[in-house]
Design a protein around this ligand. Structure first.
Ligand code: FES
Length: 125
């Protein structure tokens, strides 16, 4: 079998592929209807919408930059509402719009983690 002549990844097998987004943010928007607590009960939708709007307003949205996506339960409900930023795998617990604005301005724009909003490491489901 011959290799495809335009498959450049085979020419440099040790090179990491370029990431389509520089950073990818996932917001848990899960809502439980069985009475258990969930991120949706802590204004997660507002946080998600605020982040998308702020990323767009800052000119950070799009390929090579930042993508903000909805997610289901990320299994860290005890720290909710939560959002996680990749590739750094930094977990945030936010409360209000000013927290979201700080994450956008500091981490998503300048790569500086917002230490005060980190989800405590021991908090899972
Ligand atoms: S409900 Fe949000 S992490 Fe589980």
């Amino acid at each position: 079998m011959s290799e495809h002549p335009t498959d450049s990844s085979r020419a440099t097998p040790d090179a990491a592929p370029a990431s389509y987004y520089q950073r990818h943010v996932f917001f848990c928007l899960n809502e439980r209807s069985n009475g258990e607590d969930s991120c949706a009960h802590h204004r997660a939708q507002e946080g998600f919408e605020r982040c998308k709007a702020q990323v767009k307003a800052a000119g950070l949205a799009g390929p090579g930059q930042v993508r903000v996506n909805k997610a289901g339960c990320l299994d860290r409900c005890a720290g909710g509402p939560v959002a996680v930023v990749y590739p750094e795998a930094v977990w945030y617990t936010y409360v209000d719009a000013s927290d979201i604005d700080e994450i956008v301005a500091s981490h998503l724009k300048n790569g500086q983690v917002v230490e005060r909003l980190l989800t405590p490491a021991h908090l899972g489901r």
